[in-house]
Design a protein around this ligand. Structure first.
Ligand code: GLN
Length: 517
């Protein structure tokens, strides 16, 4: 086995025993990135100097006999959506291409304090809006198993870098599936914690009632290690919950006896790829062979999840993204060329149809230099999907539509949560697919936003309900990974991790790595 095929847990043992130094490990990661990231594009930026300096400092402390933190010199990659005072934080957007945050996110502080090495910043859909990383302003991430295919998203870079064995651990975020979906499509383990489990202080907000930060890794054991570091209450994020953090890394290998697994009939409906269904059902059999009982359940409102999510998430996004106006934050248009652009726009309006007259009147009303600058800055800084979300959200929140869309979506959200509450009276975990097909081709759904949104069918409900979920690789179809999703009641991450580890002791899907050219 080569060095980077080892799991974080195995590497940590090597580091602790002095068989490996953190600097050696970081250099191996940098070489792997150098060799393969041209084809994969998991990273937006790699800070090799800083990573090597951090690694050397940790090695020196180890040599002196200091007690090291739980990450003990392991490299970690960070989705380019979390603030780190020493790095740019682009959010995959032209808008924040040059944004250098003035402070560290809570998760960054914790990784540093735990002696993790910050290796680099991973690619994502712009502001985490998307499911394929094709919405990154800096080009898509390719799936390491087949570089003509998407890596999933929005944490596509975070999943691909672990799959390509460029780094043992990475941090992603999940608003509607963005950790679990790319984990499934890239064949790695990814955990979305319960809403409130991990502090979002310093996370650039997409949809604040849904966003959570979580780990991606090769195994549940590794995810436990990283979750234990990043979880916990933080007074700077008022939605983080003051609950003790269990010692996930200690309990992860304890099997669960008498497990009751819920299979939702809605998860195996039309549209589910036959190979995906086969792999998921095989995985369930593995659990049965370990003594788990299978219970048929129903999540009847899940079918409204995508519609509900695509009202709530854009509504919150339209509000969160108001701050990018070129003054408070973000790209500011070149004021000289702006007036030329405005002239051109005016000319276009003059020659347009009658319907344009009304638009022109509205524009004229707002046509002050300041508003012109806002408009032009935002027009230049945001990509098409972000603009679409801002428009959808603004519409759903506007007077006259608020009740019909936003308020209605909130009510549906409550029903989705109630489905979970009911189901969890009878079962310990809900088990099913994470996506209905393996990774699709880059470009395949680019012209069809609705088709792209429907990819989120199996993931958005957990965010709407606030529950946690983990994805583990459970098979392959034509060489492409298939993921299994487990969902648990709120704050039962320990159960998710233990159940995932039980499966990974019986199978080796999580140990398979793609052959990179
Ligand atoms: N694919 C979903 C979306 O486009 C989820 C994104 C996420 O979880 N950040 O909104």
């Amino acid at each position: 086995m080569t060095l980077l095929e080892k799991t974080a847990t195995e590497l940590l043992a090597d580091l602790a025993a002095g068989r490996l130094s953190s600097a050696e490990l970081v250099r191996a990661c940098l070489e792997q990135i150098e060799r393969h990231d041209g084809a994969v594009h998991a990273f937006l930026r790699v800070d090799s100097e800083r990573a090597l300096a951090q690694a050397k400092a940790i090695d020196e402390r180890r040599a002196r006999g200091d007690k090291l933190g739980p990450l003990g010199g392991l490299p970690v990659a960070i989705k380019d959506l979390l603030c780190d005072r020493d790095e740019l934080c682009t959010c995959g957007s032209r808008m924040l291409e040059n944004f250098r945050p003035p402070y560290d996110a809570a998760v960054i502080e914790k990784i540093k304090a735990a002696d993790g090495v910050l290796l680099g910043r991973t690619n994502l859909d712009e502001f985490a809006m998307g499911g394929s990383t094709e919405n990154s302003a800096f080009g898509p991430t390719c799936n390491p198993w087949d570089t003509t295919r998407i890596a999933g998203g929005s944490s596509g870079g975070a999943a691909a870098c672990v799959a390509a064995r460029m780094v043992p651990l990475s941090i992603g975020t999940d608003t509607g599936g963005s950790i679990r979906q790319p984990a499934g499509l890239c064949g790695v383990t990814g955990l979305k914690p319960t809403y409130g489990r991990v502090s979002r202080y310093g996370l650039v907000a997409f949809a604040s009632s849904l966003d959570q930060i979580g780990p991606l890794a090769q195994s549940a054991e590794d995810a436990a290690l990283l979750l234990e570091v990043i979880a916990g209450h933080d007074p700077r994020d008022s939605t983080s919950v003051p609950k003790e953090v269990p010692a996930y890394s200690k309990s992860v290998n304890k099997p669960l006896a008498g497990l009751r697994l819920g299979i939702a009939r809605e998860h195996f409906a039309a549209g589910l790829d036959a190979e995906v269904e086969r792999a998921v059902r095989e995985a369930i059999k593995v659990y049965q062979s370990l003594g788990a009982k299978v219970v048929d359940i129903s999540l009847p409102h899940g079918k409204y999840g995508v519609a509900c999510y695509y009202v709530i998430a854009p509504s919150e996004a339209s509000s969160n993204l108001a701050r990018y106006d070129g003054v408070h934050y973000g790209h500011r248009t070149d004021v000289r060329i702006m007036s030329e652009a405005l002239e051109a726009e005016r000319a276009a309006l003059e020659h347009g149809s009658a319907g344009r007259a009304a638009a022109e009147a509205a524009v004229a009303q707002l046509d002050t230099p300041l508003v012109r600058m806002y408009r032009q800055s935002r027009a230049e800084g945001f990509g098409p999907e972000v603009k679409r979300r801002i428009m959808l959200g603004t519409y759903a929140l506007s007077a006259g539509y608020y009740d019909a869309y936003y308020l209605k979506a909130l009510k549906v959200r409550r029903l989705i949560r109630q489905d979970y509450d009911t189901a969890f009276k009878d079962v310990d975990l809900i088990v099913g697919p994470v996506t209905s097909t393996p990774a699709f081709k880059i470009g395949e759904k680019s012209d069809d936003p609705l088709a792209m949104y429907l990819v989120d069918l199996y993931t958005v409900s957990a965010n709407l309900a606030g529950v946690g979920g983990i994805v583990v690789p459970c098979g392959q179809s034509n060489g492409l990974p298939i993921g299994l999703q487990l969902q648990a009641p709120p704050f039962e991450e320990e159960r998710l991790l233990r159940a995932a580890a039980m499966y990974q002791r019986e199978t080796d899907w999580h140990r398979r790595a793609p052959t990179l050219a």
